[in-house]
Write a protein that binds this ligand. Sequence first.
Ligand SMILES: Cc1cc2nc3c(=O)[nH]c(=O)nc-3n(C[C@H](O)[C@H](O)[C@H](O)COP(=O)(O)O)c2cc1C
Length: 233
Amino acid sequence: MNCSTAQNINHQISHSTAKQNNMAADALSAAMHWRYAVRRFSQQQVSAQDIHTLTEAVRMSPSAYGLQPYELLVVSSSELRGQLLAHSYGQDKIADCSHLMVFASYRDIDESLLDRYVALAAEARGLHVDELASYASQVRDALAALRTEQRAASAINQAFLALGTLVASAALLGIDCCPMSGFDAEGYDQVLGLSQRGLTAAVICAVGYRHPEDGTAHYPRVRVPRHDWLREY
Ligand SMILES: Cc1cc2nc3c(=O)[nH]c(=O)nc-3n(C[C@H](O)[C@H](O)[C@H](O)COP(=O)(O)O)c2cc1C
C-alpha cells in the first residue's frame, strides 16, 4: 500500500459515518459468528493475495514496546507439513489445510530486538538513533528487570495476540482457520530449524476453507453467557 492509499484509508476510517460504522459492526459480528475452529479442511487453496492480506494484518498487530518478538512462518510445502504432522498429535488438518501458519516466538527478548526496533523507528520517523536513546534505555531497564523465562513468556504472549489478529482477520475475509496448541514444540523447532535461530514454535494456525462435510461445522458454539462473564463498572 502506498502512502496516499494509507492516508485515504485513515481518512475514511476517521470520518466514517454512523451508517458506515453500523455496517462495519454488522460485518464484524457476522464474521465472528460465522467462524468456528475448522476440524476438516477442503482442498481449496487460499489465494496468494489473501495470504498477503492476512500476513499484513498480523504484521500490524501491536506488541509490547513495538518489539514484535516473534516471526510468522507460512508453510505451504506439503513435504514439510508431512514432517510436522509427526509432531501434531495426529491432527491431520495441519497437512490438509491450505496454509499452515506457525507463530515462532523468540526464546528471549534481548538487546538485538531492541536495537532492531530503534533502527526501524529512527528510519520510519526520520530521526537519528540518538534521539531514541532515552526510550531505548527505558525499555532496556524494563527488560532487564525480568528473568529470561519471563521475557520468553512475554514473547509467547505477543505471538498469541497476533494469532487473535489472524483469527479475526480471516473471519472478516471469509477464510477459515483452526488455531492450535496441540503440537510438540520441540518437534516443530527441529523440523523448522527454529532453535538455532533463537526461536520456538509458540502456537500454530491451520488456514483454508471448511470441508462441506466437516462434522463440527454445525455444532452450536459454546460460550459463557455475557451476564456471567462481562463485568461493567
Ligand atoms: C490457543 C488455542 C489452541 C487450540 N488448539 C486446538 C488444537 O490443538 N486442536 C483443535 O482442533 N482445536 C484447537 N483449538 C480450537 C478450540 O478448541 C476452539 O477455538 C474452541 O473450542 C472454541 O470453538 P470455536 O472456535 O469453534 O468457537 C485451539 C484454540 C486456541 C485459541
